[in-house]
Write a protein that binds this ligand. Structure first.
Ligand SMILES: NC(=O)c1ccc[n+]([C@@H]2O[C@H](COP(=O)([O-])OP(=O)(O)OC[C@H]3O[C@@H](n4cnc5c(N)ncnc54)[C@H](OP(=O)(O)O)[C@@H]3O)[C@@H](O)[C@H]2O)c1
Length: 255
């Protein structure tokens, strides 16, 4: 299929809904063969069917993968490589935010889970995909979904914000270490996007207003509004861009 990502194979974690599913649809529409992954097979299979609507057979695949589990991460990359094709694009999108409250009150269990799912998984998957690319001498693109809360203070979402700041650091370091191998590494930092993960905020008028008042556009975003940047960063159009984090935030970090 023709398109800006024709011939490329992309893995997107957290692909069963929200931003991950929207990125999957946008990438598949541009000709990529996309492997969507999330913990729940049924959910990610349903998402893959939606994403595949109207596209040629073999454009979209679904796999179960809990990114907090090292073996499942290895299996995901190996399965995609063996059954779909050598992986050109990895999107570390799966994320969790199990605790909303002050850092003084977060349990160690919630803290560790946030780091395991949001940050350690990205290092795990990125290094696996990068090793394969280096061995094969192929270029590639690694994209992580960070957050504006990794660029600014994250009151009541402190551990989450720390993991997103960590993703930005991971992005800069991997970009530096992998540039010579033609592997580009970038991150996207969404503001407030209407998804299940952001439910605590978007369902509360007061919390939504507290965020949108600090933006230029004064509104919540939609997952599709994040997806176009992911396509660009995965494509050869961004061939001279690496090591950066791009806010998609209605102007939040500009204010
Ligand atoms: N929405 C926002 O305002 C916002 C802002 C900034 C950044 N982000 C980031 O955007 C990314 C996507 O979130 P979203 O807003 O689109 O939320 P979402 O709609 O709730 O989607 C989260 C996705 O992650 C998957 N997931 C959760 N835990 C997982 C795990 N341990 N292993 C594998 N998959 C897992 C979920 O599927 P299963 O439940 O089936 O596993 C789902 O597909 C996250 O990294 C989030 O931090 C979101």
């Amino acid at each position: 299929m023709a398109g800006r990502l024709a011939g490329k194979v992309a893995i997107i974690t957290g692909g069963s809904r929200g931003i991950g599913q929207a990125m999957g649809r946008a990438m598949a529409l541009e000709g990529a063969r996309v492997v969507l992954a999330s913990r729940k097979l049924e959910a990610v299979e349903a998402a893959a069917r939606e994403v595949a609507a109207g596209l040629p057979e073999g454009s979209v695949f679904a796999r179960a993968c809990h990114v907090g589990d090292a073996e499942q991460c290895r299996d995901l990359v190996a399965w995609a490589s063996d059954h779909v094709g050598a992986v050109d694009v990895l999107v570390n999108n799966a994320g969790t935010n199990p605790f909303f409250g002050p850092l003084l009150q977060i349990s160690e269990e919630a803290f560790d889970k946030t780091f395991e799912v949001n940050l350690k998984s990205a290092w795990r998957l990125a290094t696996d995909v990068a090793r394969r690319l280096v061995t094969a001498g192929r270029p590639g693109a690694i994209i992580s979904v960070a957050s504006v809360l990794g660029m600014r203070a994250a009151p009541f979402q402190g551990a989450y914000g720390m993991t997103k700041a960590g993703l930005i650091s991971l992005t800069q370091t991997l970009a530096t270490e992998l540039g010579a191998a033609r592997i580009r590494v970038n991150a996207i930092a969404p503001g407030l996007i209407d998804t299940r993960l952001a439910g605590v905020i978007v369902k509360s008028e007061a919390l939504t207003k507290a965020f949108t008042d600090r933006t230029a556009l004064k509104r919540v975003g939609r997952p599709e509004e994040v997806a176009g940047l992911a396509v660009f960063l995965a494509s050869d159009e961004s061939s001279y861009i690496t090591g950066h984090t791009f806010p998609v935030d209605a102007g939040y970090v500009a204010m």
